[in-house]
Design a protein around this ligand. Structure first.
Ligand SMILES: Cc1ncc(COP(=O)(O)O)c(C=O)c1O
Length: 499
């Protein structure tokens, strides 16, 4: 081997001229691989590009392009007059490359060892983060019937919005949200939820979850107690815990929220999270006398009520019940609404209605700190959707559909031996199937999951006050056949459990 024209000490690359990977890329990968696995050592001087081109039967340009890339990435270095060498760095300093055969120990995985409040609260939240979109199976909860969503209307509106976008829509907007949407929501909740407000009190957020996080951050200092329905919505406990709140579970079984218990056992709490129109997950409605007493408590003790009105528009008989906010004379209620149940959760649009415009401005500043503003275009589409009457029409259709599906499920459940009874409220997207006392609802739920049926156990929604065993059965997204097949699986699991 002459010094001026060193031979590359390797068999040539196997180039595939029919491959979609360009030739220069194949040469680059070949040399990079040889350097990384040590076949080409540091300081090794590579043959001249024209020599390699001849040896490998390719054009010199191909080699030049590959060299250029390798020099750029630090695998090779080139000095005028001295040719091109393999870079003189240690092998473990070489740029990382994807490989299927690890030739050296992999770096240790970093672990997040902090125990921040957010970390602890997030660890406690057992569901809601990793959802397999492909598998929506009965009796999954809180899933609207996506197939019945009027996508053609939505996409027409989206096209109109995009066509009409002005330059100024691309900049930052008011962090409180797109004004026409706030106006449309204010009008809608006044008429349909008896909420008393103007658009100045409405702040658009990315769903209930963000509303609760912001409300909790503003209302609670670390260590402050808050009353929490038990059983209740885990997403709420997690948010309020994350900002330092200490949950004080208040029995909220079929008898409703036990205000006397709350006042006696946790007298220091000044914040309460409630789902008064449709208790989550049991489905009851808070009677007027308790509403009145709660509002009096809040007014007298400077307490705050966070009213989560997540699905009360999906009511099947009579008119939706008026909100707690509408009865509040002292400005102590923070009302939270969402489009996750009435439209679809991926929209990530919810709203908070504050007692007055100045509290709304404070809330808006907190929202701006968190994420500056919610995405504008979706807000514009939704505003049109509401203004043109599609929203109300869709809700009316879904009410009928879900009512029918609830009836199908109830009828199928009637044939299941060993099931105690069912509670099917006149609203919502799921019902409760109570199990015999000797059964463990988690075990039944696990057995059902193994057979392809999702039915969360009630016990995972309780904090301390135990409830009889029960399963939550969602029906809104499923056909009669799906519901009946899954009920048959439930029957067989219960039969097996009975021995
Ligand atoms: C009680 C309750 N509130 C609110 C929501 C909706 O949350 P988001 O608006 O963040 O999607 C849910 C979702 O399941 C819920 O169960």
């Amino acid at each position: 081997m002459s010094k001026s024209t060193p031979q590359i000490d390797l068999p040539g690359p196997q180039l595939n001229r029919n491959s979609p990977t360009p030739l220069h890329q194949q040469v680059y990968l070949f040399i990079r691989e040889a350097i990384s696995d040590g076949r080409l050592k540091a300081n090794y001087r590579l043959p001249a590009t024209r020599v390699l081109a001849v040896d490998w039967g390719i054009s010199r340009n191909v080699v030049l392009l590959a060299f250029e890339q390798l020099i750029l990435e630090g695998y090779l270095c080139s000095k005028t007059g001295a040719g091109t060498h393999v870079a003189a760095c240690r092998s473990d300093e070489l740029p990382v490359r994807p490989t299927t055969k690890p030739s050296r120990p992999q770096p240790k995985q970093a672990t997040l060892t902090t125990h921040s409040l957010l970390r602890q609260a997030a660890d406690n939240l057992i569901s809601g983060c990793s959802v397999d979109r492909e598998i929506i199976r009965p009796f999954q909860l809180s899933v609207p019937s996506f197939r019945d969503f009027p996508f053609s209307i939505w996409s027409n509106l989206a096209t109109q919005v995009y066509r009409g976008l002005h330059i100024q829509h691309l900049g930052y907007d008011d962090a409180a949200g797109y004004r026409p949407l706030r106006e449309a929501i204010a009008e809608h909740v006044q008429i349909n939820r008896a909420v008393r407000c103007t658009a100045d009190q409405v702040v658009i957020v990315q769903g209930t979850q963000q509303a609760l996080y912001l409300a909790g951050s503003l209302l609670l200092q670390p260590g402050d107690a808050f009353w929490m329905e038990d059983p209740g919505y885990q997403g709420a406990v997690a948010c309020l815990r994350a900002v330092g709140g200490i949950p004080c579970p208040v029995p909220s079984g079929p008898g409703g929220f036990d205000l006397d218990y709350a006042r006696e056992h946790h007298p220091h709490a000044r914040v309460v999270y409630l789902t008064p129109s449709h208790q989550y997950p049991l489905g009851g409605t808070m009677p007027y006398p308790i509403r009145k007493r709660l509002l009096d408590w809040a007014a007298q003790h400077e307490g705050w009520i966070i009213e989560d009105d997540y699905d009360s528009e999906l009511r099947y008989s009579g008119r939706p019940l008026p909100s707690l906010q509408g009865l509040d004379q002292a400005g102590r209620v923070i009302y939270v609404g969402t489009f996750s149940k009435t439209l679809f959760p991926a929209l990530r649009i919810g709203y908070v209605i504050l007692p007055d415009a100045s509290t709304a401005r404070l809330f808006t500043r907190a929202k701006a700190l968190l994420d500056r503003q919610s995405p504008a275009v979706e807000q514009m589409i939704l505003a049109k959707f509401i203004q043109e009457g599609h929203f109300l029409r869709h809700i009316r259709r879904m009410r009928q559909l879900y009512k029918t599906r609830q009836t199908w499920l109830l009828e199928a459940l009637r044939t299941v031996p060993g099931l105690c009874h069912t509670s099917a409220p006149d609203a919502g997207m799921h019902l409760i199937a109570w199990l015999p006392d000797h059964l463990d609802d988690r075990t039944v739920s696990t057995e059902l999951a193994a057979r392809g049926v999702t039915a969360p156990p009630l016990s995972t929604y309780t904090l301390v006050h135990r409830q009889p065993p029960a399963l939550l059965l969602g029906y809104s997204a499923f056909t009669q056949e799906q519901l009946e097949t899954s009920v048959a699986t439930l029957a067989s699991v219960l039969q097996q459990a009975a021995g």
